[in-house]
Design a protein around this ligand. Sequence first.
Ligand SMILES: CC(C)(COP(=O)(O)OP(=O)(O)OC[C@H]1O[C@@H](n2cnc3c(N)ncnc32)[C@H](O)[C@@H]1OP(=O)(O)O)[C@@H](O)C(=O)NCCC(=O)NCCS
Length: 183
Amino acid sequence: MNVHVERIQKRDFDAVFTLLRTSLPDFGEIDAENFRKDFEKNFREHEQDTHYFVARHEDGRVMGLVGYGREDLSADTYYLGWFVIDENVQRSGIGETLLKLVEKELIQGGRARQLIVREWDQGANDQAARFYVKNGFEKIAVLPEYWDDWADMAIYRKRFKTSQKQSEGNRSSLAQNSPPMLA
Ligand SMILES: CC(C)(COP(=O)(O)OP(=O)(O)OC[C@H]1O[C@@H](n2cnc3c(N)ncnc32)[C@H](O)[C@@H]1OP(=O)(O)O)[C@@H](O)C(=O)NCCC(=O)NCCS
């Protein structure tokens, strides 16, 4: 299918709202309200909030949405959210196209350490979980009963830069394992 990705425009609001309602499992009233606020804020204060992109069919229809932004108070941790592809065209590569664009922007920006996504943990058969793992994310945490008593939160992460802790660890184990220096 021929889709191209572009920054969202205000006129897309109704279409993306319909998309969220029809294709995002359990998109409820609270989500709807949050999305509306976030979306409106996005157009008021471009700098700091979520950056949205849509995948648009050549006939103009919106087939997918993704958003990303920097986590407040973090040292360049970014989140991915509002990610949904029209249910009639899922599994045809549009999600990957949108994710790649987000990653390209983050890498070109040069600051992002990592990209985080929070989701409703539905186990290994979960389509979103499969998607994230296939695209290089690792599951790093589960917060039990976060969304509801029966709905845990899973956190997936993709790192763009090696953790300083990790590289310090590597340096010290290298130092330990390296042969003694000859004076
Ligand atoms: C998750 C989602 C965004 C992925 O986008 P997509 O365009 O369908 O995914 P792509 O076509 O780029 O990638 C396909 C891969 O995703 C995974 N996947 C997507 N849909 C799947 C399904 N129904 N069953 C199993 N795996 C699936 C698989 O890993 C698949 O690879 P494969 O076909 O080689 O097995 C999309 O399926 C979606 O909108 N799902 C509902 C909303 C949602 O869960 N959003 C994420 C909230 S955190």
